[in-house]
Design a protein around this ligand. Sequence first.
Ligand SMILES: [Zn+2]
Length: 118
Amino acid sequence: MKAKNVGIGIESPKKECTDKKCPFHSDIKLRGFSFSGKIVSMDIHNSCSVEWQRTRYIPKYERYEKRKSKVRAHIPKCLEGIKEGDTVKIHECRPLSKTINFIVVEKDQDASTKVKDN
Ligand SMILES: [Zn+2]
């Protein structure tokens, strides 16, 4: 199957795959929220846990508190070289399993090079 345009300004990977849960080579459609975060653990069945930090304003103290969000995401077979510690972009889709309703769509190249410079 030829790679389709997922419609959020993301280039399709060059490699083709037969993954039934791939947004580029199957019927899965992307919708809803998009985040970028760090992979904190790799799971079996081509999935991982992605975590990112956000701030929440507390009016009483006029300050921000740090909060973390963590979701599980599916990694399509055509995205190669994704490992623990990488910063990736994830996008919401329909529920793929009990705990997974996000897909890794892109490896964030800029963020990974920034970390190396520091
Ligand atoms: Zn694919």
